[in-house]
Design a protein around this ligand. Structure first.
Ligand code: SAM
Length: 207
């Protein structure tokens, strides 16, 4: 998976590559789908949600430009796989999932792998986690209709936010970097995610 799907497609960050090699992705998938865990596509994890394609996980993690001492916020815990990759590289990971059964399952998996620097909350992550802000990095693993101001405001100076923005069919992965009181926005890649549902996301009835 790492050689053919990640390195060959241009991911070069050694920290990301090492984490992707180390973390047993099959433990984050449903048992009946374990034989597909290292394939080049997303997989269902129940509740109409998915664990993202391995390449997208690697690309988004690299886009955060982690060095190792960061406090990271993830929105959309899902299976917990992306949180494990982040926790392997960064100092601490705060992650929010709106579907409680997924959050509980992710917590069990992360604990079984001894990730004690991941803190999971159940709720609407589209407003961020103000009580724990500011963050060095924020990663949103569900599609938003726009970049929520609440998330930009929870970035430290120099902090990076990576988020898919668009409609229900297709989105563009955006990186927002905070520079003092201003923000730099870069478009990185076309992508397709399940929706971010909540106050700063989509309405549940739209899907
Ligand atoms: N990062 C996950 C992983 O590694 O398995 C994959 C995330 S999945 C593509 C998107 C997740 O975002 C779903 O589990 C969904 O329930 C969650 N989600 C959607 N809207 C949310 C919100 N407002 N707050 C928190 N989680 C949300």
């Amino acid at each position: 998976m790492v050689e053919t799907q990640i390195i060959r497609r241009g991911v070069t960050d050694g920290r990301v590559i090492a984490a992707m090699r180390k973390i047993p992705r099959h433990l984050f998938t449903e048992e009946v789908l374990r034989h597909q865990a290292y394939n080049d596509h997303p997989l269902p994890i129940g509740e109409r949600q998915t664990i993202s394609q391995p390449y997208i996980v690697a690309f988004m993690t690299e886009a955060l430009k982690l060095k190792g001492d960061e406090k990271v916020l993830e929105l959309g815990t899902g299976s917990g796989y992306q949180a494990a990759i982040l926790a392997d590289i960064a100092f601490s990971v705060y992650t929010i999932e709106r579907i409680s059964i997924l959050a509980k399952r992710a917590k069990q998996t992360l604990q079984s792998l001894d990730y004690y620097n991941v803190f999971i909350k159940i709720g609407d992550g589209s407003e961020g986690w103000p009580a724990e802000a500011p963050f060095d990095c924020i990663i949103v693993t569900a599609a938003a209709p726009r970049v929520p101001n609440a998330l930009k405001e929870q970035l430290k100076d120099g902090g990076r936010l990576v988020i898919p923005v668009g409609d229900s069919h297709t989105q563009e992965l955006i990186r927002v970097t905070r520079i003092g009181h201003g923000f730099k926005t870069e478009k990185l890649l076309m992508c397709r995610f399940v929706p971010l549902i909540g106050k700063n996301g989509f309405n549940n009835n739209d899907y």
